[in-house]
Design a protein around this ligand. Structure first.
Ligand SMILES: [Zn+2]
Ligand SMILES: [Zn+2]
Length: 276
């Protein structure tokens, strides 16, 4: 059953890309620059292998950890809604009703068309992990993006170090030059894409926001500005608390993708209102 989740073309493509970057970095570029038999070659290969292992481990966690589904017993608490009068509270609660699932959904949960169900604290449906990214696997997802970015930067540094150290006038064979150019471009592009994705999720993490909430917030901000009010994301309760809610309070476990026992039920979340 679990193996079935890995049977998708994007997952196969990601694994092939990871294997490709690992192979060229260790067996071509480290070998070519430092030689794998030297102590510095072994050290670099070892460090890169550890990063590669953590990439695969986090990737597996993203694919296999269920993002969280709405319990069948869930009923919304009308008191949870901001509006002051009873009628608008009820209509706010009604707006959290999912017609497709014929059930109420908690705050921050959304219906995923691909998964065909409501997902707790849904961020987005990720094709590359063949899973929704939500309440329980958002941390593994952020950790995965972090390790893959670090791995790509490490690989690019090794490629560039080897390329600059070489005396191309004498030792530069055309196929080797082409290999450096093509692989350098591929890994450089990956660094750019993953680095941007990481920057985006660090921003979201710092504001305790999901990708969906970011777009909803942009609209809410515009509407608030039009009526002369200001808008504040209700779950943004300060940088430190925002980060520890997702990554956990123990900093030593921040980069362990399976350390998610600190996560609450995903039904209710602390808001600015609770703090005031
Ligand atoms: Zn639904
Ligand atoms: Zn989904």
């Amino acid at each position: 059953m679990m193996i079935k989740r890995f049977l998708s073309f994007p997952i196969f493509a990601v694994l092939c890309l990871m294997a490709f970057v690992y192979y060229i970095t260790v067996f071509i570029f480290i070998e070519n620059w430092l030689e794998l038999r030297s102590s510095s070659g072994i050290l670099n290969a070892l460090i890169f292998s550890c990063i590669a292992f953590m990439c695969i481990f986090s990737f597996g966690a993203c694919v296999l950890i269920d993002p969280g589904h709405v319990p069948s017993s869930f009923v919304p608490d009308v008191e949870d809604y901001d509006d002051s009068d009873q009628r608008s509270r009820k209509s706010a609660a009604h707006s959290r009703y999912c017609d497709k699932c014929s059930a109420y959904k908690p705050p921050r949960a959304h219906h995923c068309r691909v998964c065909g169900r409501c997902v707790l604290r849904m961020d987005h449906h990720c094709l590359w992990v063949n899973n929704c990214v939500g309440h329980s696997n958002y941390k593994p997802f952020v950790v995965l993006v972090t390790y893959t970015t670090v791995g790509c930067i490490y690989s690019l540094v090794i490629i560039l170090s080897g390329a600059f150290q070489k005396d191309w006038e004498f030792s530069g064979r055309v196929p080797l030059k082409m290999l450096y150019l093509i692989c350098g471009s591929v890994v450089g592009a990956l660094c750019l894409i993953l680095g941007t994705l990481l920057g985006w999720h660090i921003y979201l993490l710092g504001h305790n926001m999901t990708t969906i909430e970011h777009y909803e917030g942009t609209r809410a901000k515009w509407l608030a500005r039009k009526s002369g009010k200001s808008y504040h994301h209700p779950y943004d309760i300060g940088l430190y608390r925002n980060v520890t809610l997702i990554l956990g309070s123990n900093m030593l476990k921040w980069f362990c993708p399976t350390s998610i026992s600190h996560l609450k039920d995903g039904i209710s979340f602390p808001t600015v209102r609770d703090n005031s």
